[in-house]
Design a protein around this ligand. Structure first.
Ligand code: ADP
Ligand code: MG
Length: 325
């Protein structure tokens, strides 16, 4: 199977998007943006052995590669539209490719994203780079830099599950339903695209949680030039996480574990009641975990008392590698 047959067989699928004027097959894709909207572009690369274990199923690898990009789009409050895929493969295993393309299109179709082009190469390890183009109302993109002292800090979902799931996967410890559901959160993260678009008008700043809640909240606060306080008793720990690990460990996963692709955001207190409506409409849990403060200290508390948290305390495979890049 040569490169052209591979692209045709696995990556060329009919799209109903009439704004794709020229798709896969020419030297470049021609896309028609919606009049008057700002464009948002993101790209993220996953390297075998660094960002995912080499034995992860091909459809999960592809799903993750799309989801991590959708999560960046979400964090900007964007509506994802088109993607390109630069794929480096060790060989052309048909079964692997079939599963990979199924996972890829499953993740993309969920958000009406069309694959409009890419590049295919051979190399020593699998490398997947996906770029997504999204759009947003003019001047309405959510950024990291808009938080002010007095704002509330929120997180969606139950952070920590994916990192716990990866650890269980890697230690072959998927022996309970809870453990399997945690692993599933690593394999199939769901980017908060719809949620982010709904909260964008209420939020002052946002970031997606890819490196860990503490580290990513800190990036948001730094970008905004403010400090913060995070209450560890408020962390929304999932039932599966609490059933599988003790509280100290569960908190470490929630604060330091990456790969959740949940949304951490800030908002002025007066917007809180409107936020609660969105949470119930979308059936997503949104939890207030702290406050934005003046200055530049970012502290954790436990029932209001200072709680010492060292972000270097826990590193799983995925993060230890990531922090080197
Ligand atoms: P060129 O050599 O002109 O860059 P390629 O042979 O790399 O063209 O690609 C041919 C067409 O297939 C282009 O439209 C390109 O965007 C698309 N393509 C290549 N690889 C992929 C892929 N992995 N996924 C989607 N489209 C791809
Ligand atoms: Mg060309």
């Amino acid at each position: 199977m040569d490169e052209f047959e591979l692209i045709r067989q696995y990556f060329t699928r009919a799209s109903t998007d009439t704004d794709v004027r020229v798709g896969i097959g020419d030297d470049g894709a021609v896309l028609r943006p919606a009049v008057g909207r700002d464009l948002v572009t993101v790209v993220d690369t996953l390297v075998e052995g660094v960002h995912f274990p080499a034995n992860l199923g091909a459809s999960d690898i592809a799903w993750r590669a799309v989801a991590v990009n959708l999560s960046d789009v979400a964090a900007m409050g964007g509506r994802p539209r088109w993607m390109t895929l630069a794929l480096t493969l060790k060989n052309t295993d048909r079964r692997w490719l079939g599963e990979f393309s199924d996972g890829l299109f499953a993740a993309a179709n969920e958000h009406n994203v069309s694959l409009v082009g890419g590049d295919t190469t051979r190399g020593q390890q699998v490398v997947i780079s996906i770029q997504i183009t999204a759009d947003v109302e003019p001047d309405r993109a959510l950024t990291r830099s808009g938080a002010s002292a007095g704002d509330l800090i929120y997180v969606s979902g139950t952070p920590g599950d994916a990192a716990a799931g990866l650890e269980l996967l890697q230690s072959n410890a998927l022996t309970t339903d809870d453990a399997r559901s945690l692993a599933d959160r690593f394999c199939r993260p769901s980017a908060r695209v719809r949620l982010a678009q709904a909260i964008a008008p209420l939020a002052s700043a946002a970031i997606d949680v890819s490196d860990g809640l503490y580290a990513d909240a800190q990036k948001l606060l730094q970008a905004s030039g403010v400090g913060g306080q995070l209450e560890v008793n408020a962390l929304p720990l999932s039932a599966a996480l609490q059933a599988t690990f003790d509280t100290a460990r569960a908190r470490e996963f929630a604060l330091g574990g990456g790969d959740d692709y949940e949304l951490c955001f800030t908002l002025p207190a007066e917007n809180e009641s409107r936020l609660n409506n969105i949470a119930s409409q979308q059936n997503v849990s949104l939890t207030r975990i702290g406050n934005v403060t003046a200055g530049d200290d970012f502290v954790c508390t436990e029932s209001g008392e200072r709680f010492e948290y060292r972000d270097s305390g826990y590193r799983h495979f995925n993060e230890a590698e990531k922090s080197e890049t």
